[in-house]
Structures are given as structure tokens and as C-alpha cells.
Design a protein around this ligand. Structure first.
Ligand code: ATP
Ligand code: MG
Length: 131
């Protein structure tokens, strides 16, 4: 996902360009806004964390871009491309280093396993929207 701060700050096109430039193929893509229920569900693993309320509020604050990406070793390679959660700790050349505001408003989300990528893809897209 491209998160609301990335869209708000005008970085949507540049981030998509970095993703394609890094060798990812786009299997599905959607410009939409999450409801509170959707954001709560998407980040339910963090429900007990102190930042959960803030995270849900932020993720529903404006439109996002959801996408399914394909590449060999996609999960690890995408996490390398986005960089550390906190942009202050993200490596040069990563999306978060270039475009994230801070640890909370950090521009992009990446799935953390093939299993979660499958679940999250199905969360955002129906089978007829995946190419
Ligand atoms: P994501 O799952 O969004 O790709 P991540 O895997 O790098 O990010 P997680 O630990 O899964 O990081 O946290 C999910 C999201 O919750 C972060 O991307 C960030 O937006 C928010 N978050 C994490 N830690 C904090 C924190 N300490 N304070 C505020 N927000 C946070
Ligand atoms: Mg995560």
C-alpha cells in the first residue's frame, strides 16, 4: 500500500516508478480509502499496541493505493526497497528514506510473508481485479 501521507505529499507517481524500476510487476492496483473497520482489520495484529488507534486514524485519513506486486523473492526484496519502519533508520535509496515523514507516517506498507501477502491481496482485490 501507498499510505495516506505518500498520496497527500504528492509522492504517488515517484513511488510507483521506484517499484516498477526495481523490477516488480503490478498484478493489481486500486486507488481507494479504507474505512475504519477495514483499517482495524488490516492492522489487527497491532491491536494491543499503544499506537493502534493513531495508526487506524492515520490509515483512514485519506486515500491509499493498494497493489499486488510480483517478483522473485518479492516479500524480502520489497521490504529492502521500502527500508526500515522508521525513516531515520532507513537506508539511502529506500522509499521510506526518500518519502516517509516519520515512524508512524511512513509512506508505504509491505507484506511481511508470502502467507500475509496472499491474505492482504485478497483483502483488497477480488479475483477479477488481479491480472
Ligand atoms: P508495515 O506493516 O506498514 O509495512 P512495518 O512492517 O515496517 O510496517 P510494523 O511493525 O508492522 O512495521 O508496524 C505497522 C505500522 O504501524 C508501521 O508501518 C507504522 O505506520 C505504525 N507504527 C509502528 N510502530 C509505531 C510507533 N512506535 N509509533 C507510531 N506508529 C507506529
Ligand atoms: Mg508490518
Amino acid at each position: 500500500m501507498l499510505k495516506p501521507d505518500a498520496i497527500e505529499n504528492g509522492h504517488m507517481g515517484k513511488i510507483i516508478d521506484m517499484i516498477i524500476g526495481a523490477g516488480f510487476t503490478i498484478k493489481a492496483m486500486k486507488y481507494t480509502r479504507l474505512t475504519t473497520e477495514q483499517a482495524q482489520k488490516f492492522y489487527e495484529v497491532h491491536a494491543e499496541r499503544p499506537f493502534y488507534g493513531e495508526l487506524v486514524e492515520y490509515m483512514t485519513s485519506g486515500p491509499i493505493v493498494a497493489a499486488i506486486l510480483d517478483k522473485d523473492n518479492a516479500v524480502a526484496d520489497f521490504r529492502a526497497l521500502i527500508g526500515a519502519t522508521d525513516p531515520a533508520e532507513a537506508a539511502e535509496g529506500t522509499i521510506r528514506k526518500a518519502y516517509a515523514e516519520n515512524k508512524g507516517r511512513n509512506a508505504v506498507h509491505g507484506s511481511d510473508s508470502d502467507e500475509n501477502a496472499q491474505i492482504e491481496g485478497e483483502f483488497h482485490f477480488s479475483s477479477s481485479e488481479i491480472f
